[in-house]
Write a protein of this length. Sequence first.
Length: 400
Amino acid sequence: MDIYETTRETRPAVNQTPPPMKQSAETALARLIREKMENISLPRCICRIGDKLDQESSNTLVPKLVSIGPYHYANESLKVMEEHKWHYSFTLLSRKPNLEARLDKCVKGLRELERGARICYADELNLTSDEFVEIILIDGCFVIEVLMRYGVKGLRRRGDPFFGRPGKISGLRLDMLMLENQIPLNVLQMLFSLAPIPEQCTTQSLNELAFAFFKSVIPGDHVEKFGQYGYHFLDMIRDQLLPVSQKLAPRSSKLIKSATNLDKSGLVLKESTEQPGTLLDVKFAKGYLAIPQLKIQPHTETLLRNLIGYEQCVGGSTALYVTSYAFLMQHLMRSEEDVELLEKHDIVRNYLGDRKGAVDMFKRVCNGIDLKQNLYGELCEQVNGYERKSWFEGLRTRFL
């Protein structure tokens, strides 16, 4: 099925590779062929993007508080939090007796998933098997404990390094949504299934706990819950934004005029309140351009940059939904007057302090990004066609 024929993408789950066993020559060859096939078919869904951009751009792509996964584990500026991660992991796994037996199960489970998990990381990892498993075990358990303490205040303790300090959770949340700071979801789910989950959390799945944690940074008012499947947390956040009520087909990178120019041409801008709908459900019909409301907040740039980086990283297997949306909004908001007009129509709520900040933010987000397939290309063509039609009708009325 063509990926553009559906609004919600259908993707294969990350495979779980069984441990190697003594096998016949034929079986060993079959396993080798299967592994080569998996190397091609499994998604490289986590990659480094911060080191390819300038320093200002990298600030929204590289964690500032805590390292999750193998990419930043050696970052000296993040070492101060390592002890806290180990403490969180110990707390999670020792809530019931037999810590050593539980650790043994977790390590064995990670060994089974290691090959598939490594493939998820697009960049080379110079780590031994023991190093990789240790990083994923400690960081994965830390993530699970964070989600549970966020959901249940009774699990927090006085002096908690994250929940006991103002602003730390907001910073931790941003670090945990970054592309370079992801752990494959199937790995987290395996650890969650083995950990002794406290009674207060037994009615919730890992995905439900994660949704509660990330909900405040997901744009749109119609968000309900994470889906059952996903490659990692950032992928599930992106899935919440995909359009649900229309089909988007790629076109050439034809773009739209600014909001003030569209307004002058007679086109009507309005906030879309259609349900079900998501942030990306932008529609044009009969001279009305309906756009769901976007709250531009301090975390918006980090979220958009990482979502766009993810789409660029995965490439052809993922449609450029968020990238196309960012370019659409950038062209609508080319000046402070454009932002003011969109605020007037409740399409934008700007919490950055000034309108120039919103204009500059979208410029930075789109800078250096190649929009090969504009999924709003058809919409842009319709808007531009309406403008031409309105211009000719105005000319006819004036002179005929």
